[in-house]
Design a protein around this ligand. Structure first.
Ligand code: GLA
Length: 557
């Protein structure tokens, strides 16, 4: 919680959707990317499959295979060397040099080879005295020379790791390399790999010029072991993403780490789930398998154009968990820039199960007809609003859903208390969302008068994270505002949440992290949105005591 303290002092920020939303004005002001990256990077990296067992033949064969398999046409562009490409010491001039046994032709010749294939080449270093494998020189205090070296070789991407840092501050180390890369004048994509330490998304990531940042420890070649220490399972990485939505966007991608599809540790069903969720959350898609022996099932997963289109589409918010139905059944969704919504029905349980949500809950209310495209089956169907499927254990069903048919009328002009309106849909962490009462956790109406800090409110919504309330606006409302905070009914120093408002799924604005104490006013312009979603997300410390009030919640139409 200590790391979050500065956020408590920050005012509520209404973030324009296309901006890398940050919670702290300082980070936004300094955020000039090394190289603009408007869609999540796609490519291949040597680490997951090969570790230190790399050489120039492998990299050339991988580039060959990437093109031969048509992965380049699917969008995979970067061929990235990870750790262990280096000689154990710098040369007589103090410059980095490739390992002369593994890379006898040199890194420049390898870059030329990759470029001649129409691909780009990425490289790895660490913001420390040595790389993570320990034996190789790091770039700390050599940033300018090393960046010049990379540019001279024709490098197009740098993955910059965090080992052997000497505990020097993150911002100093990562910004030094960001500035050095900028100074070379070569467009080099700058991917930070500091394992989510010290919240790179809200602080030093954008301020260093980075355009993506790892959010967790390293991925492992398995489904789940319930742990957040390295190596992590696919599902455990997914669980660490909830609440990071405000920080994602063009030039600011939350990196869920490289893919394990094709490495044998996941079933095909699990691989489809892994790939679907990484795509839904706009993660960089960096292949981690042996492309020379790509099996047909993995190839079909990694090149599904309709799933790749979800990853590459910025509709104003990365995917997020819309609903945890309990028993390992979840609904995740993200808005698409054409006004459709992609939903992933995710079954983490041990048996096949039916997962059901609605178009209204997905932010697509107000109509009487929808078309559903099943992105894995390649089939189309229609619905009057129910979105439901039988989902295999450890699997997903992924739908892209368009509103069709009649759309309900606009909301008449006026100022409304949200607690007096009919809602399209609602979901809540404990009990139902309450009208003009706090959240009592169980039956409807079991709360108390709404109270944030020492102020009592007659009107508003009493929720419990994770929570969402969906409203119909009809395109004619201009503004939503509310006093937001943790209800004073919880014990002092308990509860931490973030409030966010989405219009047609796009992030309109969000609060600083709110803990026990006075309310802040959150005001957002709702533009021409048809629907509004009021969302409360757990502050990434578990949702115990997260009684969250939208007090005096008003809609102006
Ligand atoms: C760290 C990174 C990994 C990989 C290894 C290489 O653990 O997080 O992705 O680059 O270092 O040593």
């Amino acid at each position: 919680m200590l790391a979050a303290l500065p956020l408590l002092l920050a005012a509520v920020i209404a973030a324009p959707p296309a901006v890398a939303a940050t919670g702290t004005p300082a980070a936004t002001a300094a955020a000039v990317p090394v190289t603009p990256v408007l869609t999540p990077p796609m490519g291949w990296n040597s680490w997951n499959k090969f570790g230190c067992n790399i050489n120039e033949a492998l990299i050339r064969e991988t580039a060959d295979a990437l093109v031969a398999n048509g992965l380049d046409r699917a969008g995979y562009q970067y061929v990235n060397l990870d750790d262990c490409w280096l000689a154990t010491s710098r040369d007589a001039n103090g410059d980095l040099q490739g390992d002369s046994v593994r890379f006898p032709s040199g890194i420049k010749a390898l870059a030329d080879y990759v470029h001649a294939k129409g691909l780009k080449i990425g490289i790895y270093e660490s913001a420390g005295t040595a790389t993570c494998m320990g034996a190789y020189p790091g770039s700390l205090d050599h940033e300018q020379a090393d960046a010049r070296q990379f540019a001279g070789w024709g490098i197009d991407l740098l993955k910059y790791d965090n080992c052997n840092s000497g505990n020097r501050p993150y911002l100093n180390r990562f910004k030094a390399m960001g500035d050095a890369l900028k100074a070379t004048g070569r467009p080099i994509v700058y991917m930070l790999c500091s394992w989510g330490k010290d919240a790179p998304w809200s602080t030093y990531g954008p301020a260093s010029g980075g355009t993506s940042w790892r959010t967790t420890e390293d991925i492992g070649n398995f489904w789940s072991n319930g742990s957040q220490s390295t190596p992590m399972g696919v599902v455990d990485i997914l669980d660490a993403q909830a609440g990071l939505e405000p920080y994602s966007g063009p030039n600011a991608w939350n990196d869920m780490d490289m893919l394990e599809v094709g490495n044998g540790g996941l079933t095909d069903t699990e691989s489809r789930a892994h790939f679907s969720l990484w795509s839904l959350l706009n993660s960089p898609l960096i292949l981690g398998n042996d492309l020379r022996t790509l099996d047909p099932a993995s190839e079909a997963i990694l090149t599904n154009p309709e799933v790749l289109a979800v990853d590459q589409d910025w509709g104003g918010s990365q995917g997020r968990r819309m609903r945890d139905l309990g028993g390992g059944l979840q609904v995740w969704a993200k808005p698409m820039s054409d006004g459709s919504v992609t939903a992933v029905l995710f079954n983490r349980s041990a048996a096949t199960a039916t997962i059901t949500t609605s178009a209204a809950e997905l932010g697509l209310g107000g109509s009487d007809a929808y078309t559903l495209r099943d992105l894995w089956a390649g089939t189309d169907s229609t619905s009057t609003g129910t979105v439901s499927a039988s989902v295999p254990s450890h699997g997903v069903v992924m739908y892209r859903i368009h509103r069709a048919g009649t759309t309900a009328a606009a909301r008449p002009a006026g100022t409304y208390q949200v607690s007096d309106l009919a809602w399209l849909a609602s979901g809540n962490g404990w009990g139902p969302v309450e009208r003009d009462r706090s959240n009592g956790e169980q039956a409807a109406g079991d709360g108390r008068a709404l109270k944030i800090g020492s102020t009592t409110y007659a009107k508003g919504l009493g929720t419990h994270a994770d929570s969402a309330v969906h409203l119909w606006l009809g395109g004619t409302c201009s503004q939503f505002s509310a006093d937001v905070g943790i209800d004073s009914e919880v014990h002092a120093n308990h509860g931490s949440v973030r409030f966010a408002a989405y219009g047609d799924g796009r992030l309109l604005g969000y609060s600083a992290l709110k803990t026990y104490g006075p309310a802040t006013r959150l005001t957002v312009a709702t533009g021409g949105a048809l629907t509004l979603e009021l969302r409360v997300t757990d502050g990434r410390d578990g949702n115990a005591y997260d009684h969250a009030d939208w007090a005096n919640a008003q809609l102006t139409c």
